[in-house]
Design a protein around this ligand. Structure first.
Ligand code: DGJ
Length: 703
């Protein structure tokens, strides 16, 4: 048995079976005896079942009698090797974690498991074909994690364009929940993250086990309760038929599965995902610049005078990075052409981009630009020269999406073409940020040999991003995919920001950001103040609600600033100033979400020293009762006294009540324990409005 100790979670692994078996994944165990651990893992033999109970190992084996879905799917060309049974082949424990080797000489396969535990548990598995003369057709290699039988509820996520990250709760009574993604990107529909927990688990209550597949391509996610009562989560890359063939001596390494546990609810489990990202060296450490994005202001109309004026106004209201969206290159005057030709268009920008960029940087802002490097338009110079570079299935009419095709980046020549053009763009201009978009699914697809190509394409995208970042130190990337269809921990090794959704409607965003916050921290989550009337929903919202919603992420502004009056620009500047005032707290503290009645949503950030907090309390619908329940503010220091006050936002609507809580009108003092046990009394809010609540400890010299 190997005992891994993390921060608040322990994992004990039994190595006697060959493939490691997790026998404990939960709260720290001070000094567990091996006998007790073995006894806990023991399952009685029952009639009409095999004489052994096959464990739920990290890669469970049909060949050992496991009745669920095997972790490894594949076979030799003659059909053998499909049900291997691995034997132990050594292990090491060092600062890189636990590495376990297992081998099956009959099947000619070796399996390596790499596990680390810190803020979160990380597991990867690697399969090697050790046969000297036969290939191995791999159909799937997933990571499997057992969860205790008391985890009777599941939370998964669904979504669509403009409505990402919708949390979905279901009882996990029997059978399997399965979500498969064949879109070639992380997807709107099935983000690869799942939480299992004890019945009714809440933000601050219940035991929770969560898992995420860090991968930006196809995936499969399974949560199964076996007939004998045992439960497991299984996550892995979804491979198309014939997609991976292992030559003798070659290996396939699975994407990483990141797993979290908490005995104090969903909030603490999600914060482990955040901490685990924050300690990585590539995680952004500098203050996240407030952005202006030109998309909803100009769409494809790149009028240089308007762009310069937009930049003037952006700088005036406190924007720090100006991003020029789609339409600057090739023949791209609308979405029917130009992808693949990453050269500045003489039509759209007759004098080049240099003057606009120097105008922007002269105003003290940095400059970013939109690209979609994985795509090609049939109406483009690139496609006319190399129609064979599109990722399509030969012999069939290609399926278009947004008038475009996927460019097969696994072809070295196609990869080099895009690398060369983007490298030149970045070398010739003062551009420090790429909004990297990806707007269509992989459908069909073939490499030069006609096989499925999503796996190779996903790896090529990573390589392209990595190479550009290597050549251009300091370059930041935003992962965008028709909004939030590519949000995962692997893309975040090479992206500092995600475009969470194309919806800038704050009502939609309240739910989208709440769901996304279960996987990523606020400093990563792109959130823009859009126009008063949302372009995606047509709803109107005042600035206070738009600002209260967006300022909890990596803030941006995306609207036609030229339409705004001086007074409206001043209000927008005030909203940005509120974000900047709280930015270190918002982007460094612990994210919290509160359980409220359905008409309200409350979330916030508490500084890691518990001295300060900023909470958003929003009404998303009209509430059935006239007065809301008190907000139970968990997570502060019980013994400290806090000043509680409202942070006014520009254009805030008045609250519809005849008397208001003391703190709301003129500030008040509460002890942390009172806030947690008695709660904070809240004013009734009109639907689609929000208030910001600041709490700061009186003993804190900083505040
Ligand atoms: C989809 C993105 O999500 C939008 O923000 C915008 O960049 C468009 N693509 C541009 O084509």
């Amino acid at each position: 048995m190997i005992h891994l100790r993390g921060r608040g979670t322990d994992v004990v692994v039994d190595l006697s079976h060959g493939v490691p078996v997790i026998v404990h994944w939960g709260s720290p165990l001070a000094a567990p005896g091996e006998a007790a651990l073995e006894a806990a893992a023991h399952r009685p033999l029952v009639p009409a079942a095999p004489d052994v109970v096959a464990p739920i190992s990290v890669v469970p084996e049909h060949g050992s009698g496991f009745p669920g879905r095997p972790g490894l799917l594949g076979s030799r060309p003659d059909g053998r090797g499909w049900a291997p049974r691995f034997r132990p082949d050594g292990h090491t424990v060092d600062s890189d974690g636990l590495t376990v080797e297992a081998r099956d000489d009959v099947a000619g396969l070796a399996l390596t498991t790499i596990m680390t535990l810190d803020h979160a548990l990380s597991v990867r598995v690697e399969l090697t074909n050790v046969s000297v003369d036969q290939t191995y057709g791999l159909a799937g290699l997933s990571v499997t994690l057992p969860v205790p039988e008391r985890a009777g509820e599941l939370q998964t996520f669904t979504g669509r364009w403009s409505r990402e990250f919708q949390a979905h709760r279901t009882p996990w009574a029997r059978g399997a929940h399965i979500a498969e993604n064949r879109r070639g990107r992380t997807s709107h529909e099935n983000p690869p993250v799942v939480f299992a927990g004890t019945a009714g688990f809440g933000e601050c209550s219940g035991s929770v086990w969560g898992a995420h597949l860090a991968w930006s391509g196809n995936h499969t996610l399974l949560a199964e309760r076996l007939a004998d009562g045992r439960r497991y989560l299984q996550l892995g890359e979804l491979l198309h038929p014939g997609e991976i063939t292992l030559e003798p001596g070659s290996s396939y390494r699975s994407p990483e599965v990141v797993a979290v546990h908490s005995d104090t609810g969903l909030g603490a489990a999600g914060r482990q995902f955040h901490r685990r990202l924050r300690v990585r060296p590539e995680h952004p450490k500098s203050p996240r610049p407030v952005m202006f994005n030109s998309w909803e202001a100009t769409y494809f109309d790149h009028d240089i005078d308007r762009l310069r004026e937009l930049a003037d106004r952006a700088a005036r209201i406190g924007v720090e990075r100006f991003v020029l969206d789609d339409g600057w290159f090739g023949s791209r005057r609308d979405d029917t052409s130009g992808l693949g030709d990453w050269v500045v268009s003489a039509d759209a920008h007759p004098d080049g981009l240099g003057l606009l960029i120097s105008h922007v940087t002269g105003l003290g802002m940095s400059f970013g630009i939109w690209v979609e490097p994985e795509m090609v338009s049939p109406d483009s110079d690139l496609y006319r020269a190399h129609p064979e570079w599109a990722l399509t299935t030969s012999g069939y009419e290609p399926v278009l999406a947004r008038n475009q095709l996927v460019l097969d980046l696994a072809r070295p020549a196609a990869f080099d073409h895009v690398l060369r053009q983007l490298d030149a763009l970045l070398s010739e201009h003062d551009i420090s940020f790429l909004k990297w978009d990806m707007n269509r699914n992989h459908i069909g697809g073939s490499g030069a040999d006609g096989a499925a190509g999503s796996h190779a394409q996903t790896e090529a995208v990573y390589r392209l991003m990595d190479e550009l970042r290597r050549r251009h130190r300091g370059l930041e990337i935003e992962s965008c995919s028709s909004g939030g269809a590519r949000v995962d921990h692997e893309i975040l090794r090479r992206a500092e920001r995600v475009w969470t959704s194309d919806s800038n409607d704050p009502l939609e965003r309240q739910m989208i950001q709440r769901g996304a916050s279960m996987l990523i921290p606020p400093e990563i989550m792109g959130a823009h103040i859009g126009p008063e009337r949302s372009h995606t929903t047509g709803r109107r919202h005042d600035l206070a609600f738009r600002a209260a919603t967006a300022l909890f992420g990596h803030l941006g502004v995306e609207c036609d600033l030229l339409e705004l009056s001086d007074g409206e620009l001043d209000d927008l500047a005030d909203a940005i100033a509120v974000h900047k005032r709280f930015r270190p707290l918002l982007h460094g503290g612990d994210g919290v979400r509160f359980d409220t009645e359905p008409a309200y949503l409350a979330h916030g950030v508490i500084s890691t020293d518990r001295a300060e907090a900023l909470i958003s309390y929003a009404a998303i619908a009209s509430a059935p009762s006239q007065t809301p329940a008190s907000l139970m503010v968990d997570g502060l220091d019980g013994d400290r006294t806090y000043r509680v006050e409202r942070v006014p936002l520009p254009g805030e609507r008045t609250v519809g009540a005849r008397s208001l809580p003391d703190w709301f009108e003129h500030g008040a003092f509460r002890r942390g324990e009172e806030l947690a046990r008695l709660g904070l009394q809240l004013p009734p809010l009109n639907p689609e409005t929000a208030v910001l609540i600041r709490l700061h400890a009186l003993d804190d010299p900083q505040v």
